[in-house]
Design a protein. Structure first.
Length: 58
């Protein structure tokens, strides 16, 4: 088994370049569209199906 290299933090730091955590506008738009779809889908299909299953048998 090869030995683990013990390098200093300064040497390791040269490979880490963080540019930030800003989310692009189109990714936000995709998430917004997804959540709108999820809410509409739930209201349109899931709630009526639950009502039929729960109250039809009474």
């Amino acid at each position: 088994m090869p030995e683990v290299e013990n390098t200093s933090a300064e040497v390791e730091h040269q490979y880490h370049h963080y540019t930030g955590n800003r989310i692009p506008w189109y990714v936000r738009l995709m998430w917004l569209a997804f959540w709108i779809f999820a809410v509409v889908y739930t209201i349109r299909y899931l709630f009526p199906a639950i009502q039929v299953e729960l109250f039809e048998r009474l």
